[in-house]
Design a protein around this ligand. Structure first.
Ligand SMILES: C[C@H](O)CC(=O)C(=O)O
Ligand SMILES: [Mn+2]
Length: 348
């Protein structure tokens, strides 16, 4: 049975980038074992996934009281996975201020091919050193602008141009809160595509907090994005990332070439990723609140833990975090806020 119809995207090629073993680390409180990492990464490689990200959820050097201590160091994870890859390239995320240039050198030494330097969407200027060094080491160098719903298309473009100028060969527009609707993705990616250098690739990283992961990723491709992030079975922060096995099925139906085998990636989801989940990745009321209120997806488990500790509903904490315009890096404010709210309510 021919399941494909001809669509406006037929024949387009897109590069998928798996986040299960990096963004998924948030959902696993950074406790994925080495065996689980290797088992999922080798199955993804076998399925034809071209790029796989591996590190602490908050990138190289994320291991800390603020972000959470992982089961293993980044170097241990990377050194376990990279030698097992037949075709897939491994990327590492790096947030300046968390990851250092020494982490970057370590990543290069153990065989990481792609460095993604992430900053808040108004702070690209802090990425100059990291992007510059990664480009100098001739790595695939990506600038990753987080919480991109908080600013105008023109601001995103201004920040993207800085990253491009520092040496990034690809710029990501990142919907960290899963807040965006397709029209916003179209506008922002479209502006980047028309104004950045023609040989600079554009990427999109979505979260599924309003169930828009697939629709937003399609809008991004239509507007000119060549790389799309997602994670198998959606294993990622909040309601997870764009679920890759679903996205591959949709791309197949649309005639878009991803090079990923649909049945094999379905099996990775079912047989390897779902069994390691601590809780089902689903749009519960708290994950939905992230998307509705525009809150950083990694805050979800922090808010749930604060609810358990102080008796304030995670939803109320998240709404207040959104109202205050908090961004990644302010994880310590969550407990502080819950404590204040509990005192105001006379709970403690
Ligand atoms: C450090 C964050 O988890 C990066 C990311 O995946 C996002 O902003 O979304
Ligand atoms: Mn993310």
């Amino acid at each position: 049975m021919d399941l494909q119809g001809k669509t406006a995207l037929s024949g387009i090629k897109v590069k998928l980038h798996d986040m299960s073993l990096r963004d998924g680390m948030h959902a696993k409180q950074h406790q994925i074992s080495l065996d689980e990492m290797v088992s999922i990464a080798t199955a993804l490689d076998e399925a034809g996934m071209p790029l796989i990200e591996v590190t602490h959820g908050d990138g190289l050097g994320g291991s800390s009281l603020n972000y959470g201590f992982p089961a293993h160091t980044d170097e241990e994870y990377l050194s376990a996975v990279i030698p097992k890859m037949k075709n897939a390239k491994i990327s590492a995320l790096q947030l300046p201020g968390i990851g250092t240039l020494d982490h970057l050198r370590m990543a290069k030494d153990v065989g990481v091919s792609c460095i993604r330097v992430a900053t808040h969407c108004t702070e690209a200027d802090v990425s100059e050193q990291h992007i510059g060094m990664s480009a100098k080491m001739e790595m695939d160098t990506v600038g990753f602008l987080m919480m991109a719903h908080m600013v105008s298309p023109e601001k995103i473009l201004e920040q993207a141009k800085l990253m491009e100028h520092y040496g990034a060969n690809c710029i990501y527009m990142t919907d960290s809160a899963g807040y965006m609707l397709p029209a916003e993705v179209t506008e922002k990616i479209g502006l980047l595509r028309s104004e950045l250098n023609a040989n600079t690739e554009i990427g999109f990283h979505g979260h599924h907090n309003l169930a828009m992961g697939i629709a937003n990723s399609l809008a991004a491709i239509e507007a000119g994005a060549a790389r799309i992030d997602g994670s198998v079975a959606g294993l990622g922060a909040g309601a997870g990332n764009t679920p890759l096995e679903v996205f591959v099925a949709v791309l197949d139906r649309m005639g878009v070439e991803s090079g990923v085998d649909l049945y094999k990636i379905m099996d990775v989801a079912e047989d390897r990723v779902v069994p390691i989940m601590d809780q089902p990745i689903r749009l519960d009321r708290d994950a939905l609140t992230l998307g509705y209120a525009g809150v950083y997806s990694s805050f979800l488990l922090f808010a749930k833990r604060a609810e358990a500790k102080y008796g304030i509903q995670a939803r109320d904490i998240l709404v207040e975090l959104g109202r205050r315009g908090t961004v990644g890096g302010q994880e310590d404010m969550i407990e502080d806020l819950a404590l204040t709210m509990a005192k105001e309510k006379g709970l403690i």
